[in-house]
Design a protein around this ligand. Structure first.
Ligand SMILES: [Zn+2]
Length: 146
């Protein structure tokens, strides 16, 4: 019998939002920065495990005096993360970053229909719930807001 692997490799793309100069609507568009990272994750990770793994590799990008190097300042470590995520209309609260489900181009959501023009649904940093069928979702955008 074929055994499923216990871990998979996911690709995480660094991304930020820039205002399009050419757009009359003043729309923001995602832009890739730096090189993507490959991370090793359980076959069915929890959202929290994804945040922890990516943070372990990505925190070195921050300046050495960044307040986010203190893990209690990370929004996903706070007990009210769900509320912070729901109220994050201004994006600015999700510092230093929020993780999103994206396709291989890192611009479009893998959860929504393309007509919705979603640039990625946020991955919830839930430590209690495993994400089933994560393998086809193995492209992640690290959306920096710091
Ligand atoms: Zn979406």
């Amino acid at each position: 019998m074929k055994r499923l692997p216990t871990h998979i490799l996911a690709v995480a793309y660094h991304r930020r939002f820039v205002q399009l100069k050419s757009s009359l609507l003043g729309k923001f568009s995602p832009e890739l920065i730096s090189q993507p990272m490959v991370i090793r994750l359980p076959l069915e990770p929890t959202g929290r495990e994804i945040y922890d793994e990516i943070w372990a590799l990505a925190h070195g990008i921050l300046k050495s005096d960044s307040k986010y190097l203190d893990s209690k300042n990370l929004w996903w470590n706070k007990s009210n993360w769900k509320q912070i995520l729901e109220e994050s209309t201004s994006k600015s609260q999700l510092k230093p970053f929020v993780l999103k489900y994206v396709d291989r181009g890192a611009f479009n959501c893998t959860k929504c229909n393309w007509v919705d023009m979603c640039s990625g649904c946020a991955i919830e940093p839930d430590s209690d719930r495993k994400i089933h069928r994560f393998l086809p979702l193995g492209n992640i955008a690290i959306e920096w807001h710091s």
